[in-house]
Design a protein around this ligand. Structure first.
Ligand code: ADP
Ligand code: MG
Length: 447
């Protein structure tokens, strides 16, 4: 018997005494029912009780509320109780995510919180995901995560799923991409199995729906989704949704669905800022078998972080390209230095020079002022934000001689006259305000 078994037995005996003391259940009956049960696992989030007889199990299910109260009086904390029927006390295996004729994919086990690098650009989404994972259905429901492609939405959705599968053995988790959902609706209408389709989802404790923007204008799927959504949320079951833009920016979603989404919590993920990109690159390199044979110079990491951090998928692509290139043109000491790196990316950098560099300058200015991309391109007239926006536009003009139209595009689709007047304003302020000039000089050092 392990120490845990000993503690669990002791606690379970004390719980039964508490129940006996309430005199709600006659002691003889209580012994009969509870004799065939035990605590098999306990965490901050769940107490799992297993019963080896089906009859005892079905009676004990009705005692759940009372059990939670008894545990609370002994432990000083309310912890949800889960009951399972486990004939002859076989070991309860980890519950896999649901997969069936409608839900085609498992939660990807490779996407977990422990390999998600957290930085300013994604910390809000990461925190909300962790909170939801450990408080299913109780805090933010639904949780809506949005951001451009390649920024880690699917990674976070699956991390929530994997956390729940690891920590709450009895909870049912389903992951579905919206395209599979739409296809599932069409097929089950055709096969006359739409009720079965809906029931599959209603069984879940956690539903993860990826890329919900694809529901736009799909009226039948929207209707089915709305029913499933309401049913789950009303029963305090958790829903987590991802999209490439915010709920109100998805054209072709009905207002009733948007307002449902807004009842929960909406968080965005931004492109990784420089430090986060460096941390992600280091993590990816340390996990890549072929990369561990190579030595990466720091300025190579810095080069990739500066030029390819519009999203994490692009960062990963840049590493792969570099590794591939280094195999084709090996150096004698397996070093990947800046020369090899610039050779590997020569074509790509030239192709995207203007656009990439405007984005790079915008990013340096955002980092300097501690702003997000959304803030700098927004219509906000807050002084810190307009100053940053004007300076970034001015620097794009000065450093790259980029056309006003191109600069305007990367700053919330502003027209060329807006960019022109921002540049003029900065030029005149530089002459009159030494602090302003100092800020610009400091930013220029980082570009
Ligand atoms: P999205 O669903 O937003 O398009 P993904 O979740 O598919 O993006 O992420 C793209 C790739 O980048 C995946 O390989 C993912 O593991 C990786 N990734 C994204 N964000 C991070 C992060 N913060 N830390 C580590 N890897 C990340
Ligand atoms: Mg995705």
């Amino acid at each position: 018997m392990t120490t845990n078994d000993f503690l669990y037995n002791d606690l379970w005996n004390r719980v039964q005494k508490e129940i006996a003391a309430t005199q709600i259940i006659e002691e003889g009956v209580l012994n009969d029912i509870y004799h065939h049960s035990k605590i098999v696992e306990m965490s901050e989030n769940e107490i799992l009780i297993s019963s080896e007889y089906y009859v005892s199990f079905s009676i004990m299910k009705d005692h759940r509320e009372m059990l939670e109260l008894c545990f609370e009086s002994l432990l000083g904390k309310r912890i949800p109780v889960a009951l399972v029927y486990d004939e002859g006390f076989q070991n309860i295996p980890k519950n896999p995510s649901i997969i069936n004729e409608f839900i085609k994919n498992y939660v990807d086990p490779n996407y977990v919180f422990s390999n998600f690098v957290v930085g300013r650009s994604n910390s809000l989404a990461h925190n909300a995901s962790m909170t939801v994972a450990s408080n299913l259905g109780l805090v933010y429901n639904p949780l809506f995560i949005y951001g451009n492609s390649g920024l880690g939405k699917t990674h976070l959705l699956c991390s929530i799923g994997n956390y729940v599968l690891d920590h709450f053995k009895t909870r049912k988790v389903g992951y579905i991409s919206t395209l599979d959902f739409v296809e599932g609706v069409a097929k089950s209408i055709k096969d006359n199995t739409i009720d079965k389709f809906k029931e599959t989802f209603n069984e879940l404790d956690l539903l993860l729906v990826d890329d919900i923007q694809f529901l736009a204008n799909k009226d039948k799927s929207l209707e089915i989704f709305f029913t499933i959504f309401n049913n789950l949320v009303n029963n305090k079951k958790q829903i987590v949704v991802s999209a490439d833009r915010s709920p109100s920016d998805i054209k072709g979603l009905q207002d009733r669905i948007i307002s449902r989404f807004n009842q929960g919590l909406t968080v965005s993920i931004e492109a990784p800022e420089y430090e986060t990109s460096v941390n992600i690159l280091k993590q990816k390199l340390s996990n890549n078998v072929s990369a561990t044979q190579q030595v990466f110079d720091d300025d190579v990491i810095s080069f990739i972080a500066t030029n390819f951090s519009q999203d994490v998928r692009t960062l990963e692509g840049a590493i792969n390209r570099l590794l591939f290139y280094s195999v084709q043109y090996p150096t004698y000491d397996n070093r990947i230095d800046i020369k090899l790196c610039t050779d590997a990316f020569k074509d790509q950098i030239l192709e995207n020079r203007n656009e990439m560099s405007i984005i790079a300058i915008r990013k340096v200015v955002c980092d300097y002022y501690n702003l997000t991309k959304q803030q700098i391109i927004s219509k906000s007239r807050v002084k810190k934000i307009t100053d940053a926006r004007h300076i970034a536009m001015y620097l794009c003009r000065k450093k790259l001689d980029a056309p006003y139209e191109d600069i305007g595009m990367e700053f919330g689709k502003r027209d060329h006259s807006t960019v022109m007047s921002a540049c003029k304003k900065v030029e005149s302020l530089i002459k009159t305000d030494p602090l302003y000039l100092k800020a610009i000089n400091e930013i220029e050092v980082h570009i």
